[in-house]
Structure formats: C-alpha cells, structure tokens
Design a binder for this molecule. Structure first.
Ligand SMILES: NC(=O)c1ccc[n+]([C@@H]2O[C@H](COP(=O)([O-])OP(=O)(O)OC[C@H]3O[C@@H](n4cnc5c(N)ncnc54)[C@H](O)[C@@H]3O)[C@@H](O)[C@H]2O)c1
Ligand SMILES: [Fe+2]
Length: 350
C-alpha cells in the first residue's frame, strides 16, 4: 500500500514541505510532469530546489519500456543517483514515475520486470500527484507498460508510491471528454471488481463506495463542479483499492488487445469495449449508456473494421494471455466460456 496520503483542495502547495525530509545531499528530486503542463501555471508551482530537474513526459503514447529505460539512463549519467521521483499527471505519468523509480535501483530493462513479483530491489522514494481521476494508478501495485513483446505491468510490492498527494484543483480544467473516459475507467473497475469471482469483503467495501461516488458525479449531477472533482478523486482512490485486492474483468482484458494493436488509450478503449458487454454486465452497461448520453460523450464505433485475420489474432492472443483477469471475470472454466471464436466476434463488434 501507499505509505502516506495527503488529500485536499490546494494541498499541492504543501509539496515542498512534504519533500524536504526526503532530500539527500547533492541528490536531486526529479519531477516528471505531464507534457500538457509545459508552459502552464502548474509547472511554475513545482517546488524546484538546488539541482532538481523537471522533465516533461510525452504521453501521446502510453508508457513504453524503452522510454522508461531512456530516462533512467539519462538520470544515471547526469546524477548517479537521485533523492526521489515525483510523477505529476494522469495515469500515464504516474505509471511512468513508478517505473523510473524502480529502474534506478534494478539492473537491465524495464521489460525484464513486466509480470508478477519480478522486481528485486525497492526503488528510490516516489510520489504520485494525479491531474486526472479514475485510473487508480495512484494506489495500485502495478505500472502498466508496453514492451517489445507485451503490454503488462511491473506488479510488485515495491511498486506502490511512498506518498500520494490528492488535490482536486489539479483536475479542474481537464477536457470533459478526457475526464469522462478516465472517470469511466474507475466506474468499469467497480463493475468488474464487484461482479468478479475474486470478490471479497475488502474489495467489495471499496468498490461499492467508489461506484456510489461515480454515480453521484455522472448520473445524478447535471454539471461538473468542485464537488464533482472531489468525489471523482476519492472514487478513483477507492476503485483502485478495490481492484488491488481483486482483479479487473472483461472490458480490461479486451481493451488491452486493442491498445496493443491499435494504440487505443486505456480510458477510451475501455469505454469502446464496455459499450458492447451487455452479455456480461447488463446493469452496468445500461447505466453506462445512460451516462454517455447524459454527459454528451461520443464513443467511437467500428474501430476494428477492415482489420486482417492476422491482426485479430494478435489482439486475441494479447487478451487471452491475461489469465487472472479472465479467471476473475468468468471463473475457473473461463477458457470454455471465452473461446477464440467468441472473442473474435466481440472484437468485430467494436
Ligand atoms: N497502474 C495502474 O494501476 C493503472 C490503472 C489503470 C490505467 N493505467 C494507465 O493509465 C494510463 C491512462 O491514464 P489516464 O486515463 O489518466 O490518461 P493519461 O495519463 O494517458 O492522459 C490522457 C491525456 O490527458 C492529458 N492530461 C492529463 N492531465 C490533464 C489535465 N489536468 N488537464 C488537461 N489534460 C490533461 C494528458 O496530457 C494526455 O493527453 C494508461 O497508460 C493506463 O495503462 C494504470
Ligand atoms: Fe483501468
């Protein structure tokens, strides 16, 4: 779990004070900041001291192991070691920061550690500061990376942040579409966790709360306001805690395939898939369609039209490789339920 949590509007102003005890003489703090904030007021508020460095991270594509390796290499050459890595951004930058922190203290490439419990050494001090709410990356024990052969996280006990700072002000100006897609990642986490076979009281307690907060924001309220930002930030936290002790489900397993082949981003990819999952999550999909309409969001259609058999096969292979996810979603006999043919038909509908 995350060691320390600070929550509150305006809490970003406490960052300097929070980082002070972590500073080791001569070793800088590295701030990895979402490139969206390059030239924006938030970048000016980053508490840079001494030889600290701000690096803007390009998240046009979701984090790749090669990009993580490159930044780690550069930091090692320039500084030897660092006092800490702070990720300020959406799920992509937070995952990026976790991976960089781990790779500073572990040899080889980030690709060597994609899997479960492969990381050998703790990373350097790391903190996460979300600027979008929904992924739960701020609390999870994974960092999702696309490597040369797979899209898979570095799942380990060393992966969670040492500190997170949750300031709803930072999400206030995100575009409505992006806010919805990332918010739906949280909604989908809840539905998948609450309907999964791995469900237990720990996951259920957090999942139910997160679901209720998502419904407040996207079903009950008529417009986005400060309260929406506060509620969605806590929904993301609780939704992340819920899947930490269970697993995601069908939408995630299928959208990983889309993302691997087509580069479809996590939030929107999950929406594209979830929209077609009535067979698996009837109530959730019904409510989802209502939220899409109410919030005037467009979900892309026919994105797999014209793909070759070989391309469909690639997506199917990536998806069926996520065994724990399918087992959570459909039970021990999942391979009999989700056959390659059935999955192909599902991909053709997207
Ligand atoms: N580690 C985990 O447990 C976990 C869980 C779910 C998803 N993820 C990962 O999270 C990523 C998706 O994260 P996301 O949905 O938060 O989006 P994102 O981080 O990919 O960002 C999406 C877009 O929004 C922009 N952006 C970020 N904050 C903004 C703000 N406040 N205002 C305006 N624009 C802003 C970014 O520059 C980017 O263009 C994927 O890489 C996914 O794999 C990780
Ligand atoms: Fe997700």
């Amino acid at each position: 779990m995350v060691d320390y949590v600070v929550y509150g509007r305006g809490s970003f102003n406490q960052l300097d004070e929070i980082l002070a005890p972590q500073r080791k003489s001569g070793a800088p703090i590295i701030f990895l900041v979402d490139h969206f904030f390059d030239g924006k007021p938030l970048a000016e508020r980053v508490p840079v001291r001494g030889n600290d460095k701000v690096i803007f991270i390009d998240v046009t594509h979701e984090p790749k192991t090669s990009y993580v390796d490159k930044i780690v290499q550069e930091l090692k050459i320039e500084f030897g070691t660092v006092s800490g890595i702070i990720g300020i951004g959406g799920g992509s930058v937070m995952d990026f920061a976790k991976a960089v922190s781990l790779m500073i203290n572990n040899p080889g490439s980030a690709a060597d550690y994609q899997g479960w419990d492969l990381v050998k050494n703790p990373g350097v001090y790391k903190a996460g500061i979300p600027t979008l709410s929904g992924t739960g990356a701020e609390v999870s024990r994974t960092t999702v990376l696309t490597g040369p052969t797979k899209k898979l996280g570095m799942n380990s006990d060393f992966t969670p942040f040492n500190q997170i700072l949750l300031d709803p002000d930072l999400t206030a100006n995100a575009p409505a579409n992006q806010r919805f897609y990332t918010g739906m990642d949280c909604y989908i986490h809840c539905i998948e966790s609450l309907h999964g076979t791995y469900l237990n009281e720990f996951s259920k307690s957090y999942g139910e709360k997160a679901l209720q907060l998502c419904q407040k924001v996207f079903v009950e309220k008529n417009e986005w306001d400060n309260e929406s930002g506060e509620k969605l930030m806590m929904a993301s936290y609780a939704g992340g805690m819920s899947i930490a002790y269970s697993q995601v489900g069908v939408a995630h397993a299928v959208s990983y395939g889309l993302s691997y082949l087509l580069g479809t981003k996590h939030g929107i990819g999950n929406c594209i898939v979830f929209d077609k999952l009535e067979q698996f999550y009837p109530d959730g999909v019904y409510e989802f369609k209502m939220m899409v309409e109410k919030n005037k969001i467009e979900i892309p259609q026919h994105i797999t039209k014209g793909l070759s058999d070989e391309q469909f096969d690639k997506m199917i292979n990536v998806s069926l490789g996520m065994k724990p996810i399918w087992e959570n979603a459909l039970g021990k006999d999942w391979e009999k339920i989700m056959t390659r043919e059935r999955l192909r038909r599902l991909y053709e509908k997207l």
